[in-house]
Design a protein around this ligand. Structure first.
Ligand SMILES: [Ca+2]
Length: 124
């Protein structure tokens, strides 16, 4: 079973940071990519949260940032998705973020995969 999420709030040129953990019996494959670049393409199979499946940052090179979650052994991938904006002290938007929590089985704990994505307008 796999799912693709469109991270469509993230503009080209923004500075993107990601942090991905798993706590799952199944093999979990996650890929973050856009029209020109693959930012990470990694797999993990462990019920232990450490080490993270992926953690890093990069400037967004292309358009249409997308996140692929692939869990071949899972018969159904459910998710809780929260999108937010980062605002400065006069209310202007200076970044965007997504928190995504995946349930790959039937126990409803939504901790099998956790993905935190942020993109700021400026790196420094
Ligand atoms: Ca679960």
């Amino acid at each position: 079973m796999q799912k693709i999420f469109n991270i469509d709030a993230f503009p080209t040129g923004y500075y993107m940071c990601w942090f991905v953990t798993t706590q799952a019996a199944y093999l979990v494959h996650v890929k973050l990519f856009d029209s020109v670049t693959t930012y990470f393409d990694a797999s993990k199979q462990s019920i232990e949260i450490e080490p993270p499946l992926a953690q890093n940052a990069a400037g967004i090179a292309g358009a249409n940032v997308q996140l692929l979650i692939d869990i071949p052994e899972s018969s159904g991938i459910d998710n809780s998705l929260d999108a937010f904006e980062i605002t400065n002290n006069v209310g202007a938007t200076v970044g965007y973020g997504y928190n995504l929590f995946i349930e790959d089985g039937g126990d409803g704990d939504y901790n099998d995969v956790s993905i935190m994505l942020v993109a700021w307008k400026s790196k420094n």
